[in-house]
Design a protein around this ligand. Structure first.
Ligand code: AP5
Ligand code: MG
Length: 223
């Protein structure tokens, strides 16, 4: 038997990473973000990183064959046994089905899929003004979430930088190419009756409250 599985859904820039960092700490779940795993592989110059970089720079999804193996390697690490909070996976129906099957084989399932819903115009503004830290990817924003010291992460003191895929043209490509697949994943979890939609246009702490309520209702875990 495995621990709780929470799948955090949302468009690029919806606030998945922001919320996942808060929720994983408050709920004692392992935060597993496929985007962070790919960025680490790119930074380390591994063969996986070299493959992924081209897709990421074009705003496309990395092929499932590569992504799924990387995810399951990460889930095999000991900390995943306490329960997992997935951020950025699954991104299409094929990935959702592979995840369902793998969990079922281990006696588990997706307990809840909270969907952070944000209007498209807000996503562009959020990604255009985002800065993240080099050490752990803590997200900041030029307007809505400024660091205490400009250019420095409040949490770990590392340098802040802008992701290359947050350039305006790549943001447009990400939204154009990925929102359709997100709709399918949302439909998948609605069909499994585990979808919980949260209004992501509220301030960060209100979104956290909505997500905690949805997760508590499904799993009994209190934040
Ligand atoms: P990934 O890293 O997963 O990027 P993404 O899904 O595009 O999402 P982001 O990380 O950009 O946004 P977020 O929702 O985490 O928002 P954040 O909290 O930072 O993937 C990157 C790439 O990797 C993909 O394009 C693809 O190529 C590849 N990839 C990854 N997973 C894959 C998979 N499974 N299959 C195939 N390919 C995959 O917040 C954004 C900004 O908004 C921040 O500045 C934040 O401060 C601000 N903000 C957050 N919440 C609020 C709020 N409530 N109000 C105001 N501002 C807010
Ligand atoms: Mg993110």
């Amino acid at each position: 038997m495995i621990g709780n599985v929470v799948v955090l859904l949302g468009a690029p820039g919806a606030g998945k990473g922001t919320q996942a960092q808060i929720l994983s700490e408050r709920l004692g779940l392992a935060h597993v973000a496929t985007g962070d795993l790919f960025r680490a592989a790119v930074r380390d110059g591994t063969p996986l990183g070299l493959t992924a970089k081209g897709y990421m720079d074009r705003g496309e999804l990395v092929p499932d064959s590569v992504t799924i193996d990387m995810l399951f390697e990460r889930l095999a690490r000991p900390d995943a046994a306490k329960g997992i909070l997935l951020d950025g996976f699954p991104r299409n129906t094929a990935q959702a089905e592979v995840l369902d099957k793998a969990l079922a084989e281990r006696g588990g399932k997706v307990d809840v899929a909270p969907y952070i819903e944000v209007p498209e115009a807000d996503l562009v503004a959020r990604l255009g003004g985002r800065w993240i830290c080099r050490a752990q990817g803590h997200p900041y924003h030029e307007q809505t979430k400024k660091p205490l010291v400009p250019g420095v992460c409040d949490v770990d003191g590392s340098e802040l930088y802008q992701r290359t895929d947050d350039q305006p043209a790549t943001v447009q490509a990400r939204l154009r190419q990925q929102l359709g697949a997100l709709d399918q994943v949302v439909g998948h979890y609605r069909g499994h009756e585990v979808l919980a939609t949260v209004d992501g246009s509220q301030p960060i702490d209100r979104v956290t409250d909505g997500l905690l309520a949805a997760i508590a209702a499904a799993t009994g875990r209190q934040g």
